[in-house]
Design a binder for this molecule. Structure first.
Ligand code: NAD
Ligand code: UFG
Length: 336
């Protein structure tokens, strides 16, 4: 069994589907602070299997000890955490508590139970700077906000644990920009309130929930002046976790691996691709840069290819098509 913390969330739910399709049995631990219970039924509709679900918090050590003694868990995929950059600047304690304290309590329970295989959700945000060269895992790291800092602290903590005890097997996955949704249109990203991220915002404009998009900055040093990112389909990301899980037994170290496509697209490129996929016009204004944003970054994804035998399969048109299908089928997300 694979314990999936945060498995009811955006990336976790897609990963549960991939795990089931690959013959693994996921068991989900999630406190539902940013997800809905009906994700479970949706996973069952897609796969024919409903994962065991435990509603609870990773900071609850007693609960974790029970989970590890009640279920035969072989490995943990750890998604649970908070992820809103702006909120982390305003409420840093929430981020250090949920992400850092929560992950500490998780690995303590794992150690106690003798479960020493972990896959961790990190982020390209740990690189913290712009680059016109593909970013390899050996690039220097820098935290630019408390959210990024929480990921860096955890990367360091996990590396130290592996160095001290070679029985630990960990893969730290550094995601670039996950977008898209499962092809069924049954699971997808369901942000609370006004979306912070580009794709959820564009799709809410396309469906008529918002008037127009604000393009943050038109004077970046990129091919059209707007910010460039490496967008990756969430199903590719999910299959990257299965690849990492299959790899775990062969590596006793703590390994950091980028998950991206290796291609960068600007905000205007994404608007064009989305207009094509949805056959809708996306009105936009180019406004001031958003504080903390950087010009351009995209992955060198060759390590994932050579080591995990993984490569992204979906392109930007597929990502926009699937985001749009999810948005159309669920105009109000999981609430209908
Ligand atoms: P999400 O918010 O959709 O999923 C996270 C899940 O964790 C939610 O279901 C939430 O209820 C749960 N959770 C949060 N704190 C918890 C706690 N203390 N105990 C139990 N459950 C808890 O987010 P996501 O986009 O699926 O991201 C998953 C992971 O990937 C996060 O760690 C995030 O930092 C990381 N990540 C996300 C992105 C992105 O752009 N989505 C990029 C890079 C890294
Ligand atoms: N953008 C707009 N208008 C919007 C939203 C975004 O122009 O309404 C632009 C941004 O300026 C940026 C690009 O679209 O150039 C992508 O922005 P997102 O907010 O979608 O994503 P970020 O690259 O800022 O950050 C995301 C996550 C981070 C994570 C990072 C790398 O929010 O948590 O990807 O994984 F660290």
């Amino acid at each position: 069994m694979i314990l999936v913390t945060g498995g009811m969330g955006y990336i976790g739910s897609h990963t549960c589907v991939e795990l089931i399709n690959a013959g693994f049995t996921p068991i989900i631990l999630d406190n539902l602070c940013n997800s809905h219970k009906n994700v479970l039924e949706r996973i069952e509709t897609i796969t024919g299997q409903k994962p065991t679900f435990i509603e609870g918090d990773i900071r609850d050590s007693e609960l974790l000890n029970k989970v590890f003694s009640n279920y035969p868990i072989d490995a943990v995929i750890h998604f649970a955490g908070l992820k809103a950059v702006g909120e982390s600047v305003q409420h840093p304690l929430r981020y250090y508590d949920n992400n850092v304290v929560g992950s500490l309590s998780l690995v303590q329970a794992m150690e106690k139970a003798g479960v020493k295989r972990l896959i961790f959700s990190s982020s390209a945000t740990v690189y913290g700077c712009s680059s016109t060269e593909p970013i390899t895992e050996s690039f220097s790291t820098k935290a630019v906000n408390p959210y990024g800092q929480s990921k860096l602290i955890l990367e360091t903590m996990f590396t130290d644990i592996c160095h001290a005890d070679p029985e630990w097997q960990m893969v730290i996955l550094r995601y670039f920009n996950p977008i898209g949704a499962h092809e069924s249109g049954l699971i997808g990203e369901d942000p609370n309130g006004i979306p912070n991220n580009l794709l959820p915002f564009i799709s809410q404009v396309a469906i008529g929930k918002r008037d127009k998009l604000q393009v943050f900055g038109g004077d970046y040093d990129t091919h059209d002046g707007t910010g460039v990112r490496d967008y990756i389909h969430v199903c590719d990301l999910a299959s990257g976790h299965v690849a990492a899980l299959n790899h775990l037994p062969y590596k006793s170290n703590c390994l950091a691996v980028n998950l991206g496509t290796g291609k960068g697209y600007s905000v205007l490129d994404v608007i064009n691709a989305f207009e094509k996929a949805s056959n809708k016009k996306i009105p936009y204004d180019v406004v001031e840069r958003r504080l903390g944003d950087i010009d351009i970054y995209f992955a060198d994804a060759s390590l994932a290819n050579s080591l995990l035998n993984w490569q992204a399969q979906f392109n930007i048109d597929d990502m926009c098509r699937d985001t749009w299908r999810w948005q159309q089928k669920n105009p109000n997300g999981y609430l209908g």
